[in-house]
Design a protein around this ligand. Structure first.
Ligand code: IPE
Ligand code: IPE
Ligand code: MG
Length: 251
């Protein structure tokens, strides 16, 4: 379909558009290694893929993308890579913020942000403030993010509420708990997308992916193009989501 927009193409193919896509942006290191380059070169190229992905998701009418940029486990990498990666994230946001705002994107960050470098924390706060009134795609950047850490942080908040007499332990329901997650206003993840070929979750959004469809693609993140997103949506569209029920043909 020459000249057709991405949204036209998705509509023509009858693709289901998930409300919330979570991406484990993986494979930057291998991309660099294959070219004899330092790992940081892979992260720099990965940044371009991130931009393509955000633009394509906005064009398709996805409501939320959660992007795994730095995990609580990634501190174990060599110090130079950690510092380079965090500086790259900060600079990218500084350079892209105006364009994100013009594209009506709502920017927010999730994770144990207070453990990040001060200048990065300030940039995240500035991004959030500048885009808070926008109406388009929500970009949830997950930084120093761990699914277990998020659940522990929520458990602490619930325990504090119980301690303060606001809640009885036997009354704690799923919603009382979920209210204390990092981004309770966001819809559940419908599609968990992992480029790079690894069939694992790596501590990403453990609560939020309870009923997500998992799609793993062999392409490395720096090579991820719009066509790969369409490919993931084709796989997503073919899946039968049952939520513990029976196939629709039976009900
Ligand atoms: C990027 O890919 C993920 C981040 C932690 C930013 P990797 O750096 O994990 O790349 P691979 O898996 O080593 O190829
Ligand atoms: C997950 O990728 C973290 C991010 C993409 C930020 P990793 O490369 O760190 O995960 P593992 O080591 O393959 O589980
Ligand atoms: Mg990796």
């Amino acid at each position: 379909m020459e000249g057709a927009t991405l949204a036209d193409q998705a509509a023509a193919e009858g693709l289901h558009i998930p409300r919330h896509i979570a991406v484990v942006m993986d494979g930057n290191g291998r991309w660099a290694q294959q070219r004899g380059l330092p790992r940081l070169a892979g992260h720099i190229e990965g940044r371009k893929a991130t931009k393509r992905f955000v633009q394509a998701s906005a064009e398709l009418g996805v409501e939320v993308v959660s992007l795994y940029a730095f995990s609580t486990e990634n501190w174990s990498r060599p110090q130079a890579e950690v510092e380079g990666l965090l500086a790259l994230i900060e600079n990218s946001l500084r350079e892209e913020l105006r364009e994100l705002d013009e594209a009506d994107v709502v920017f927010r960050a999730s994770g144990r942000l207070s453990q990040l470098p001060q200048s990065l924390q300030e940039m995240l706060a500035a991004g959030r403030k500048a885009t808070a009134d926008n109406q388009g795609l929500t970009l949830n950047l997950c930084l120093n993010y761990g699914g277990r850490a998020e659940i522990v942080d929520a458990a602490r908040a619930v325990a504090t509420a119980v301690h303060g007499g606001e809640l009885e332990p036997q009354d704690i329901g799923e919603n009382d708990f979920a209210r204390h997650l990092y981004a309770p206003e966001l819809p559940d993840v419908e599609l968990l997308l992992r480029p790079g070929g690894e069939m694992r979750v790596s501590n990403f959004l453990l609560w939020e992916i309870a009923y997500a469809e998992l799609v793993v693609l062999d392409v490395l993140w720096p090579d991820f193009e719009r066509e790969h997103l369409l490919e993931a949506l084709r796989i997503f569209t073919r899946r039968e989501r049952r939520f513990g029920g029976v196939p629709q043909s039976i009900s």
